[in-house]
Design a protein around this ligand. Structure first.
Ligand SMILES: [Zn+2]
Ligand SMILES: [Zn+2]
Length: 571
């Protein structure tokens, strides 16, 4: 695309979209969100509602909401109306049509996708782009409230919190020798039963709109369970609403058993009650089994009943820490030497390996390189998930298991060749390591290059630094704290690729087109400063990370981007 062509074709609607000043937009939204969080903290609900209304009616809020839903993973998946917003014209129109008045959500589009175990299908309900944008807009207003009123030890679908934080908190709670018993909570078919009246009365979202979403089934089925596997069921705001419904449980328990209190019934000992929740998975610890059974469980049931929910009697169990229990794919157990260890759970390892074997089996006719491309992200994702706990031995075992499957795959392909031949064709020796599964690919100039299978055991095991329980991303006091965490998070995200990591660091985490941060929420694209067709190289000197939105803009308008260190020429 040449500059002249692109510029000539720009409509007034596209011009409007391209004229959006993103740093100002982000600042406007952020300023309102900070005020909403402050009002929430002070309990000034009238003010909070007024500020929320201001935000959901603002141009800044709408523009940002449209960008969110056109930049994230689902942007190419339409809802029942088959619409996607893939041009600046459509995005501008969407901003203007994002009105609360007369808004009517469309039903969810049902699709079935393969579950992460690779065997069963699960239904997914996909809202239309417009409904997604509406949810994104209202989430901008709800999130500062939700983050401020959330339970300290709730970790699912929160900003900058993760499973690793929940697990680390479980470790903290249980390493104390007086904590012996665990109640594993399982909420029965969580959100198809939830009381709509309760939500309407307690969740700070525009009531008229929330009522419509609830009617359209956006909160039905297992919002949180499903979402853990990827795309949110029913949309972007549903997990936040579900969280709001479960928040407060920790406060109830902490209120009943404040820190430092000693109980007569426990012989004057502290009850050691800790609560940790990730989405709808939660555990409660205590020194005493009886306390969990007779007092804590009933108070949880009472809390849930008010919201139309209940515990699943089958799956809610009380376990001793020496027996161990699974939480979020990992096994937590105190061994006989008194050491508390957290390892990948058996079930989690099995699911992972089943998926890998299935992928290898399906790749019977593929070249090795293609199979490696299929397996590497799976291995990286799984090993990254477990890299904060005692996983070294599991990683080795898993690597060996994958190797065996690949060896069988190779033997089956070449039944007439001997082992030496197969080893030479598919397995490489590098440094101290033998048997690295290797394939060959060609770059866009037909030059061959090698691609190697990742091994889980190459992932360094490092203790996770847990997020501070009190930290609120909308409280200016925590600004620097979260900036640092986000930076660490991004460096980890790019861990698999030195290339991306280098670029991200070189750019100071900023997109050179709009000068705002590149985060996991915004996503990124790798751009060639000098286009490939003009002889630009693929090397790091010619590459730059941009927001997907900014990348689109650069190509459509034929803009040129220079490396950030060559600024101030910029774009
Ligand atoms: Zn940008
Ligand atoms: Zn590009």
């Amino acid at each position: 695309m040449t500059t002249a062509q692109a510029v000539g074709a720009v409509s007034s609607e596209a011009k409007e979209w391209y004229a959006v000043d993103w740093p100002t937009i982000e600042r406007n939204v952020r300023r309102l969100q900070v005020r909403i969080a402050k009002g929430t903290k002070e309990g000034r609900w009238g003010k909070v509602r007024a500020l929320q209304r201001l935000l959901t009616h603002s141009y800044s809020g709408k523009v940002l909401a449209v960008r969110r839903v056109t930049e994230n993973k689902g942007k190419k998946t339409p809802g029942v109306d088959q619409e996607i917003w893939d041009t600046p014209e459509k995005k501008t129109q969407a901003v203007h049509e994002l009105q609360g008045r007369g808004y009517q959500p469309q039903p969810l589009r049902r699709v079935y996708i393969l579950k992460s175990d690779g065997n069963t299908m699960r239904p997914l309900g996909i809202p239309t782009m417009k409904d997604r944008a509406m949810q994104a807009l209202h989430l901008l207003a709800l999130d500062p409230v939700a983050e401020t009123t959330a339970d300290k030890n709730s970790y699912g679908f929160r900003q900058q919190r993760s499973c690793a934080d929940a697990i680390e908190q479980a470790f903290k709670a249980l390493k104390n020798a007086t904590t012996e018993w665990i109640l594993e909570g399982d909420i029965r078919s969580c959100f198809d039963k939830i009381s709509h009246d309760w939500l309407l009365a307690h969740v700070l979202v525009d009531k008229t709109i929330l009522r419509k979403w609830l009617k359209s089934g956006y909160m039905e089925e297992n919002v949180l369970h499903e979402t853990k596997e990827g795309t949110p069921q029913g949309g972007i705001i549903s997990p936040a609403i579900a969280n709001c419904a479960l928040d407060g449980l920790e406060r109830v328990l902490k209120g009943n058993y404040p820190k430092g209190i000693r109980l007569k019934s426990l012989g004057g000992k502290t009850p050691s009650v800790n609560f940790i929740r990730y989405a709808d998975d939660f555990i409660v610890t205590s020194k005493s089994k009886e306390l969990l059974e007779r007092e804590i469980k009933p108070s949880i049931e009472q809390f849930l009943r008010e919201r139309g929910l209940e515990l699943s009697p089958k799956k809610t169990v009380i376990t001793h820490v020496e027996q161990g229990f699974d939480f979020l794919g990992q096994n937590v157990r105190r061994y006989s030497d008194g050491k508390l260890l957290i390892k990948p759970s058996k079930k989690n390892i099995k699911n992972f390996l089943d998926g890998i074997r299935k992928a290898i089996k399906a790749a019977r006719g593929w070249p090795a390189a293609e199979l490696i491309n299929e397996l590497n992200p799976k291995i990286r994702g799984w090993a990254n998930y477990h890299r904060h706990v005692v996983s070294k031995r599991t990683f080795n075992r898993v690597d060996y298991d994958i190797f065996s499957s690949l060896w069988r795959w190779a033997r089956r392909r070449h039944p007439k060749k001997n082992q030496r031949w197969i080893k030479k064709k598919y397995f490489e020796q590098r440094g101290t390591r033998n048997w690295i599964f290797t394939g060959e690919m060609y770059d866009d100039q037909d030059k061959p290059f090698k691609i190697r299978l990742l091994s889980a055991s190459d992932t360094p095991i490092r203790r996770h630094v847990k997020v501070k329980g009190d930290a609120n991303p909308y409280d200016p006091a925590y600004e620097a704290y979260f900036e640092k965490r986000e930076g660490d998070h991004m460096r980890n995200t790019f861990r698999g690729s030195r290339f991306l990591r280098f670029l991200w660091m070189e750019q100071g985490g900023l997109c050179p087109v709009c000068n705002t941060k590149i985060t996991s929420l915004t996503g990124w694209r790798l751009h060639h400063c000098v286009p490939r067709v003009m002889g630009g190289s693929t090397s790091v000197e010619n590459r730059v990370l941009l927001h997907p939105e900014c990348h689109d803009r650069v190509h459509r308008l034929g803009l040129s981007v220079s490396k950030p260190r060559l600024l101030p020429r910029g774009v």
